[in-house]
Design a protein around this ligand. Sequence first.
Ligand code: QAP
Ligand code: CO
Length: 173
Amino acid sequence: MAILEILEFPDPRLRTLAQPVQEVDDRIRNIVDDMFETMYEAPGIGLAATQVNVHERIITIDVSEDKTEPLVFINPEIKVLEGELETMQEGCLSVPGFYEDVTRIEHCLVNALGRDGRPFEMECRGLLAVCIQHEIDHLEGKLMVDYISPLKRKRIKDKLEKKHKLEARQGKD
Ligand code: QAP
Ligand code: CO
């Protein structure tokens, strides 16, 4: 297992459209395991493969209190279940240090393949529903900051670019 580098906004690679996984094999399971290690270490509650520069449709999530409920979604398909909307303050490992209100569907049905390649269906509400939508957005090249005002987005971009320049000069870690 390995901790992978997380791409940060405004890295253009975060805009890549992820491709469907053709077969859930050991190569994919390796990516899944590395994504969990990276997500738990961060720490985060959700990670899309796009964020670690793997452009395949893979998501890891764990919204449990004690971080003991890892969920894997490969080739996820989402279906809206109710018209209810929910506004939640979201964070993103690719937009570190910034938290913004985003409005999303509160109740959805997700179909995906698990780590074993078997299809499953999961009804999602609350934080899990919000998180899966946030992560599916990543697979489409979409980010949380796309939902906020252009002015706010520009301020976040400038601040993160400044941070990246500093890190490049000082050397990370
Ligand atoms: C997506 O985000 C999410 O800024 C997952 O400095 C978040 O795990 C969906 C994180 C909230 C719904 C609600 C962010 C860690 C983690 C940061 C994350 C940071 C360190 C974000
Ligand atoms: Co994110």
